[in-house]
Design a protein around this ligand. Sequence first.
Ligand SMILES: [Zn+2]
Length: 141
Amino acid sequence: MGMMEDLYIKIRDKVNELGKTTGKYVDISKLKIKVAECENDISIKKQKIGNIVFERIQSGDSFDVSDVIDIVGEIKDLMKSKVEYETKINKLKGKCVCGVCKSLNNYDAQYCSSCGNDLSSDDSCKHEQEDDGKIDSTEVN
Ligand SMILES: [Zn+2]
């Protein structure tokens, strides 16, 4: 009986482990879709700006920057979201982007493998202290 329970626990743990790994890949795929959506929206909005500028010039109307400034703002927001999604993907993969040369490094690397930049003091590749070791005593029975 004890052996069967051990086996059951082992299998269960293995299944949970696999589940976690699969979840990670699902997250990455979802994030990749988000990145693609951002890129798509960015190019649509850029085209929109192009069309507005073209039509104004074509029809001889005066063109003012304020006509497209809202769309530029929307593009900036999309670019920011895209970088956030990409950062999340890299983090899930255990990678981070060097703030100097933009090359991909291991998340725990001290220096950039391409340019030697000190990644421990690089904001784009921040080495956040994970609080995994610390358990809040109020949550433990
Ligand atoms: Zn670098």
